[in-house]
Design a protein around this ligand. Structure first.
Ligand code: 5GP
Ligand code: ZN
Length: 153
């Protein structure tokens, strides 16, 4: 696990490494992604170090969400893009590389070449019934539930 001392985004927050900031409030900053997917690709991060959405407290998350909305509005208005993809990767399995929670705001333009592809899997009535039961159950039950995803594949 990365500590706040060694975390690259904490270093950006502390101004120990340079970044192109585009927004700041009491709890969050937003800066240009160093390797943009499209012109204006911005990252929004809390000033305090949290690894992912699994770790962050609800109040900090709420403030981060509000900042994401503000930055998304700024991006849309200033860059005149047609839309945006707002993304958050939780954990390595989901494509998270930097272990400090961050939202990507990726402006979308006609012909930008970005392809978001989520392969879908075959479902049946049983899948929807069981999944709803698992997700809607009280937390203790959810933990005890059998997490065998492969049977839906
Ligand atoms: P992840 O895959 O963790 O969701 O995305 C991390 C993002 O951070 C990537 O899009 C990457 O280009 C960006 N990034 C990584 N290191 C730096 C950095 O030092 N400065 C800036 N501005 N962006 C960074
Ligand atoms: Zn950090």
């Amino acid at each position: 696990m990365v500590t706040a001392q060694e975390c690259i985004f904490c270093k950006i927050v502390r101004n120990e490494i340079p970044s192109k900031r585009v927004y700041e409030d009491e709890n969050n900053i937003a800066f240009l992604d160093i390797n943009p997917a499209s012109p204006g690709h911005v990252l929004v991060v809390p000033k305090k170090h949290f690894g992912s959405m699994h770790d962050i407290d609800a109040s900090t998350m709420e403030k981060l969400g509000t900042a994401v909305k503000k930055v998304n509005d700024i991006v849309k208005e200033k860059l005149n893009c047609e839309g945006t993809n707002v993304m958050l990767n939780n954990g390595r399995i989901a494509g998270q590389i930097v272990e400090h929670i961050h939202f990507h705001i990726i402006p979308r333009y006609q012909g930008d070449g970005i392809e978001l592809h989520f392969p879908r899997f075959k479902t049946d009535e049983k899948y929807f019934d069981e999944m709803q039961k698992k997700l809607a159950a009280p937390a203790e039950k959810r933990k005890a539930a059998d997490d065998d995803w492969t049977r839906f594949a």
